[in-house]
Design a binder for this molecule. Structure first.
Ligand code: SAM
Length: 256
């Protein structure tokens, strides 16, 4: 996931047009943790708060933080029951051993100093605490045909993703780079979500590649027209299962 917008005006539409994948991943995390009680859960790099919101179902207190103040403002406005603060992972605004669950949804990839961020994670985690790291790629496949994959290739050829500074991460990479942690469990997932054509069009328009094209001068309405015209025959009139691929990993600090 890349930071999808920098403009507050886009926020309302954005939240409504993103697939509700975070709650499914948090459900998976809850099952992995076998319902262990969580006092304070903190979402590292919370963005617009989509990754913080579902934590309210498993923790008695939830705080999200992000270095982008504009994102924190959006999150405060749109996600009730969660505290949001502007901060970076390299200097987490929490006391030692005070956090029961840290989550990082597609955010550690952007940390300018990953080692410092992981040291901070180990510092703030309470005994028995866990760092859960997850991420997922854009939904680009149907469960039962490759028609959407072919469409997505054409979409990316027309609206390429901008160059990204994001560092790739996976459970295997975390095993190598998160030296202060043990990867307790790390698994890929494939989650299908039912999408109607209109929802998928709106979702594709939130992709960073479209934001980048618009920033470079392509009218959003032109993109919408192309996406609508080319996706309509791919989807037809029925709701289709769109598959999201990603991973979830839980890490526990190695205490000396
Ligand atoms: C792809 S977005 C994910 C947002 C949110 N977690 C979600 O799942 O919707 C990555 C986020 O990481 C944040 N980020 C960038 N550098 C960071 C850092 N050093 N520490 C914490 N978060 C950072 C960005 O501002 C951005 O909001």
């Amino acid at each position: 996931m890349a930071n999808p917008f920098g403009d507050l005006g886009l926020a309302a539409g954005y939240a409504a047009s993103r697939p509700a994948l975070h709650p499914l991943i948090v459900d998976r995390l809850r099952a992995w943790r076998e319902g262990s009680p969580v006092g304070l859960a903190v979402d590292v790099g919370c963005g617009a708060g989509l990754s913080s919101r579902p934590l309210t179902s498993l923790a008695s207190q939830v705080v999200g933080f992000d270095p982008a103040e504009s994102m924190v403002r959006v999150a405060r406005r749109t996600v009730p029951g969660v505290g949001f603060v502007a901060a970076a992972g390299e200097a987490m605004p929490f006391a030692d051993a005070s956090v029961d669950l840290l989550t990082a949804a597609g955010s550690l990839n952007y940390a300018s100093d990953l080692d410092a961020t992981l040291r901070e994670a180990a510092r703030v985690l309470a005994p028995g605490g866990v760092l859960a790291v997850y991420d997922f790629s854009p939904g680009r496949s149907f469960a039962d045909s490759d028609a959407l994959d072919r469409w997505f290739e054409a979409f990316l050829a027309r609206y390429p993703f901008p160059a990204s500074q994001a560092r790739p991460l996976s459970p295997a990479i975390l095993r190598d780079v998160a030296t202060g942690f043990t990867v307790e469990r790390g698994e890929p997932f494939e989650l299908p979500l039912p999408h109607a054509l209109d929802f998928h069009i709106a979702y594709m328009l939130t992709e960073t590649s479209v934001r980048d094209a618009v920033r470079r001068g392509t009218p959003l309405e032109d993109v919408r027209a192309w996406v609508t015209e080319t996706l309509t025959p791919v989807f037809g009139s029925t709701t289709r299962d769109v598959v999201f691929r990603g991973y979830l990993a839980t890490l526990i600090p190695r205490r000396h």
